[in-house]
Write a protein that binds this ligand. Structure first.
Ligand SMILES: Cc1cc2nc3c(=O)[nH]c(=O)nc-3n(C[C@H](O)[C@H](O)[C@H](O)COP(=O)(O)OP(=O)(O)OC[C@H]3O[C@@H](n4cnc5c(N)ncnc54)[C@H](O)[C@@H]3O)c2cc1C
Length: 283
């Protein structure tokens, strides 16, 4: 079976890696084990870039095309869509060059084949001139994200969103080409807010939904809260009075007080209060 786990032989192509050439039409020939994070800078040195990328860049090029790895963008193909030729070592040991004109059926089958057609050792892919893209991240409600999604797919070169469980919110991400000069990254309020949300979610999971301890850990640190819990295993309100740091003690009272007022006004299902229900922390 080509997919792990296996009792058979598992190969790595880490030693078969590198950019072989980039021709005048921008066709790049790449050794199959080259990781996407190495390919980007190598192409950049020729003024070229792949026209689309997935969310992570640690995959091998052959692994990425073999699984139809894709980015976002309504008008952009998955990575294998740009492949114009590949070299395949079959189970019989034959070395076959495949393209639209040479072994065309095998070429079409092998581009997304999970290793079942043989081992790809080299790939030729279309590239495009390297350019700057402007990335934006913003938060929107789940309902509004869905309502606007079609518009955003039409409007942006790349658009995607991630639902943030238990918050009712989505992180929307768009990338568009820009001629603007590169600027230092400015304050990204929504990205920072997103990180805070993720951290809070993890704290709620770590302290099993106990809002007092999660909020105290946010201010005073996880280790301090673990220590205070070992020392004072009491009930919530009583526990707060035993917090050793005055600042954290006041912080917890202020946040939980504000939270309770918010819940009184807007009900138990106020969005952020749902965070306390997160039992585990994906990613
Ligand atoms: C955190 C994370 C984020 C991801 N994000 C995205 C994303 O945004 N978009 C997306 O589309 N995918 C995404 N993926 C999927 C990822 O791109 C694929 O799993 C990719 O195959 C991983 O590449 P690899 O080099 O690790 O391949 P492997 O896991 O080693 O192999 C994957 C498959 O390809 C075959 N294969 C590998 N090399 C060769 C070769 N040389 N010849 C023939 N067959 C070969 C293997 O037999 C296997 O079937 C993500 C995966 C992770 C873990």
């Amino acid at each position: 079976m080509p997919l792990v786990p296996t009792d058979g032989t598992l190969l790595t192509l880490d030693q078969i890696s590198g950019l072989v050439s980039v021709d005048n039409d921008g066709l790049a020939t790449v050794k199959a084990g080259m990781r996407l994070d190495a390919l980007g800078p190598a192409l950049q040195a020729h003024g070229r870039a792949m026209n689309n990328l997935p969310d992570i860049n640690v995959q091998s090029f052959a692994g990425a095309i073999s699984t139809a790895t894709h980015g976002t963008g309504k008008r952009l193909q998955a990575l294998h869509g740009n492949v114009t030729a590949l070299r395949l070592v079959t189970a019989k040991g034959d070395i076959l060059d495949c393209s639209a004109t040479s072994n065309p059926d095998l070429f079409d089958a092998a581009r997304v084949s999970l290793g079942s057609m043989g081992i790809i050792t080299q790939v030729t892919t279309k590239t495009e001139p390297a350019k700057h893209v402007h990335r934006r991240v913003w938060l929107d409600t789940f309902e509004d994200t869905l309502t606007k999604a079609e518009d955003n797919w039409n409007k942006h070169r790349n658009f995607e969103f991630y639902a943030i469980p238990f918050t009712g919110l989505c992180a929307n991400i768009a990338n568009d080409p820009t001629d603007r000069p590169v600027e230092p990254r400015g304050p990204e309020t929504d990205s920072e807010f997103l990180e805070v949300l993720k951290y809070l979610r993890n704290l709620f999971a770590m302290f099993r939904g106990d809002e007092f301890k999660a909020v105290a850990a946010y201010n005073g640190g996880e280790h301090a809260v673990e220590q205070w819990t070992r020392k004072f295993p009491g009930a919530d309100d009583e526990w707060v009075e035993n917090i050793t740091y005055r600042e954290t003690r006041e912080y917890v009272k202020k946040v939980i007080g504000g939270w309770r007022e918010y819940q009184l006004l807007y009900g138990q299902k106020s969005r952020l209060s749902m965070l306390r229900r997160t039992p585990q922390s994906p990613e």
